[in-house]
Design a protein around this ligand. Structure first.
Ligand code: ADP
Length: 276
């Protein structure tokens, strides 16, 4: 039943009457229940389809890995055992084959990462941010060394609710971009710090790189969106799309503040965790 009433008052403000109606809303309730049931069924079927698509994409990407490995392996063997016979032109062709295969391997790797953060089942657990940042940094140790970067990580012993593998993808993609997108002959300077904001923890990653023009700041989070030629800055254009998808799937958000030519500051909000 739905019961609505209004009180009528006299000039002195005294309640004198109550006017209202009692309506039987059983049919409305039944209709709503049916609607909810239908939405639940459709959501389940959509989730199933998404999962099937993800599984398909995963197995295609996975199966592409083996032939790529063999292409790279045979190209290496050609260079090692037949370098002289190939001549300058032949060696150049083999180098092109190697480069294309390596680019494709990077694409396959990023596709697999994108599928992994799109999984329906992405369980969250308390994760130490300090450890996650250290692990992401360790993965990039050779790039950090070869670019002679200075990386400063301000200490903070904070835990967040995250999926460890997805958080690793977020941090390693943001850190590798910070190391990569610097002007020629510039030493990368990166600073990472943490800022608690209400129920979230914000991780900041600041660089002294080439920066991003305001009109491109949204676009770069889309899949295959790149602002530079691959020859200048290598990449697949999937890194930030993975970061965005992973952050959102963990209940967080991602964004950037930047000025062209003056560096960028990417941030990720992750759900705070009460247990330290
Ligand atoms: P990729 O690194 O493979 O090019 P991303 O999705 O990681 O792809 O980044 C998309 C684009 O955003 C990059 O090609 C680059 O133009 C820009 N970008 C990302 N990170 C930075 C950064 N730290 N500084 C300047 N530009 C950046």
């Amino acid at each position: 039943m739905s019961d609505k009433a209004r009180v009528l008052y006299d000039a002195a403000g005294k309640a004198v009457r109550c006017v209202g109606a009692v309506v039987d809303i059983t049919p409305r309730r039944e209709f709503l229940a049916q609607l909810e049931q239908r939405v639940a069924e459709r959501t389940e079927s959509l989730q199933e389809t998404t999962q099937q698509l993800n599984d398909f994409c995963y197995s295609v990407a996975h199966d592409l890995k083996a032939p790529l490995r063999s292409q790279i392996g045979f190209a290496n063997m050609l260079m090692e055992d037949f370098a002289a016979a190939l001549g300058d032109e032949g060696r150049e062709y083999v180098r092109c084959i190697e480069q294309s295969a390596e680019r494709q391997a990077a694409l396959v790797r990023d596709l697999l990462a994108h599928v992994s953060v799109s999984r329906i089942d992405l369980p969250l657990q308390p994760v130490s941010l300090a450890t996650a940042i250290q692990q992401a940094r360790a993965d990039l140790a050779s790039l950090e060394k070869s670019s002679q970067a200075s990386v400063e990580i301000l200490p903070a012993d904070i835990k967040v609710q995250a999926n460890p593998a997805s958080l690793h993808l977020v941090l390693s993609n943001l850190l590798s971009n910070a190391l990569k997108f610097v002007a020629p002959a510039t030493q990368p300077k990166i600073m990472v710090w943490i800022e608690p904001i209400n129920l979230y923890v914000r991780v900041w990653i600041e660089d002294n790189g080439i920066g991003i023009a305001p009109e491109h700041m949204d676009r770069i989070f889309g899949i295959f969106q790149r602002l530079h030629a691959r020859e200048r800055y290598p990449g697949t254009g999937m890194g930030l799309a993975i970061v965005k998808r992973a952050a959102e799937r963990m209940g967080g958000r991602v964004g950037v503040e930047s000025e062209l030519g003056k560096g960028s500051r990417f941030w990720v909000d992750l759900k705070a965790c009460s247990t330290k």
